[in-house]
Design a protein around this ligand. Structure first.
Ligand code: SAM
Length: 324
């Protein structure tokens, strides 16, 4: 528990800062700040952190990036994480581009749930946002549906005039495939130009837009996974839509249950705060697990009460380097 009384039992682990897509809100254009390979945590080092964290009460673990599936050892990592005492579930956030071939091996390895980013269905809009082909992602989503994960969710970052017009097609797609769709507010984690009045699209406005054509029935008991979304069922369309008001929701941080481990081995208590603690050096200097435990406890003590996206946040590190 942290000093606010929040139970922090969810660790999001970035396994790489590299990605096979180029979303401007995640990676600045022309970004070249990749970590050197030796600075990236190895699978053994990640597993050591997972073992210690699970021993301290962390229960839920998510692999993310960059794009986690550009790293070849992810199915093996999942298998070993799942077998770690105390681990209740291992999930993955992915852009879906490699899921067509990896969904089945990941399911066999014991991965329980998957979140796939899908900002648009229109191929041109999708390409404009990500630089990639939506066809491969849709094949990945189909493969993930067939693989039989406990849960598969879609994540859409809302951007005015960029994918605003994709909202209804995405809702229809989610409804047809019976997949929860989560609408996420754009966070200022790439460059200062990301969060401008022109492209910021608050979740309240998305709610209003949807309620013009359908009735939104609150689903207060819907807790699909470990995240902060507030869910509604669309009466006519049937879709389950979650809203993540990361920037505008006044009580957003009160239920926060997570910390992050970056691909280069820094523990980040809060996505929207620059503080990080260097775990990699300690991992490599000392064979005892006490150093890991102490650093995780220190990170817990330093977890801020609130993110500072609305204050003087400057993106020192882009989302792709922090891990989404
Ligand atoms: N590549 C994987 C993916 O696409 O899910 C995992 C990493 S990505 C950073 C994780 C999530 O963060 C994605 O859903 C992505 O859309 C979201 N994300 C990245 N940058 C963001 C930003 N500036 N604001 C809001 N969400 C963002």
């Amino acid at each position: 528990m942290d000093r606010m009384g929040r139970t922090i039992d969810y660790l999001r682990i970035s396994v790489t800062d590299r990605c096979n897509e180029r979303c401007r809100y995640c990676m600045p254009e022309g970004y070249r700040g990749w970590e050197r390979k030796p600075d990236q945590l190895t699978a053994c080092e990640i597993l050591r952190v997972v073992r210690v964290a699970a021993g301290m009460g962390f229960r839920k673990f998510r692999l993310t990036g960059g794009e986690p599936l550009v790293r070849a050892d992810v199915p093996g990592l999942v298998r070993r994480m799942v077998a770690t005492p105390g681990v209740k579930g291992v999930s993955l956030s992915t852009n879906g581009a490699r899921l067509a071939t990896l969904a089945q091996p990941l399911r066999v390895a014991g991965l329980c749930t998957v979140n796939v980013s899908l900002d648009a269905l229109d191929p041109q809009v999708y390409r404009r946002i990500t630089g990639a082909d939506v066809g491969g992602v849709l094949r990945g989503i189909r493969a993930a549906m067939n693989a039989g994960f406990e849960r598969l969710k879609l994540n859409t970052v809302l951007m005015r005039s960029i994918n605003e017009q994709e909202l209804w097609p995405l809702v229809r797609f989610a409804s047809e495939h019976n997949l929860p769709l989560r609408l996420i507010e754009l966070m200022p984690v790439t460059t200062t130009e990301v969060l401008t009045a022109e492209n910021f699209f608050p979740v309240e406005e998305a709610k209003n837009l949807l309620s013009q054509r359908d009735e939104l029935i609150p689903q207060p008991s819907a807790r699909l996974g470990w995240g902060p979304a507030e869910y509604y069922r669309l009466k006519r369309f049937g879709a389950l839509v979650g809203f993540i008001g990361a920037v505008t929701a006044p009580h957003f941080c009160e239920k926060c249950n997570k910390m992050r481990l970056t691909a280069d081995g820094k523990v980040r208590p809060c996505l929207g705060d620059h503080g990080e603690l260097d775990l990699r050096t300690r991992l490599r200097q000392s064979p005892t697990d006490d150093v890991v435990r102490e650093l995780l406890l220190e990170a817990l003590r330093r977890k801020p009460l609130k993110h500072s996206f609305c204050g003087h946040y400057q993106p020192c590190r882009p989302m792709t380097a922090i891990g989404g």
